[in-house]
Design a protein around this ligand. Sequence first.
Ligand SMILES: Cc1cc2nc3c(=O)[nH]c(=O)nc-3n(C[C@H](O)[C@H](O)[C@H](O)COP(=O)(O)O)c2cc1C
Length: 142
Amino acid sequence: MNLKVVYFTRTGNSKRVAEKIASKLNADLIQISDHHNWKGLIGYIRAGFYSTVDKKVKMTLSQPIESYDELIVVSPLWAGGAAPAIRAFFKMFPKNKSHLVITSIGSTIKDRIGYLSLTDIVQREHREDEVIDTLVSKIKEI
Ligand SMILES: Cc1cc2nc3c(=O)[nH]c(=O)nc-3n(C[C@H](O)[C@H](O)[C@H](O)COP(=O)(O)O)c2cc1C
């Protein structure tokens, strides 16, 4: 199966998770960028604002996604939803061919409909590797 792992990250958690999944599935790893500076406290506040009011961003990919069977899309949870760059990604790529993986501190994503699967990696639960292994086994079975 032709699988691509796509991720957006602000502080590296979603990147780490995406790297582990891509390595276990031997899949291409593609970074989404939105060219905003979300760093520091000001960036955090701006990120919260963008997420809360669903403000649109433009996203670019580190390499083009031409052909694939399924996508694994890794995003941080921002104010209860996927990061704006991931929302922009799903305007161009289908949810129903995507396994969504959400990294967060303690809560889970509200809008859970339409994906091939949805996996929450909640830092407070300290189960990152176990949850990744379960997802990878499920994808390999399909
Ligand atoms: C603007 C913003 C909003 C966030 N909202 C939530 C939230 O609602 N629930 C939660 O558990 N974590 C929330 N977080 C924490 C991130 O989801 C978490 O740290 C994530 O793993 C960061 O991923 P990254 O390192 O790939 O950027 C938020 C972080 C940011 C920057």
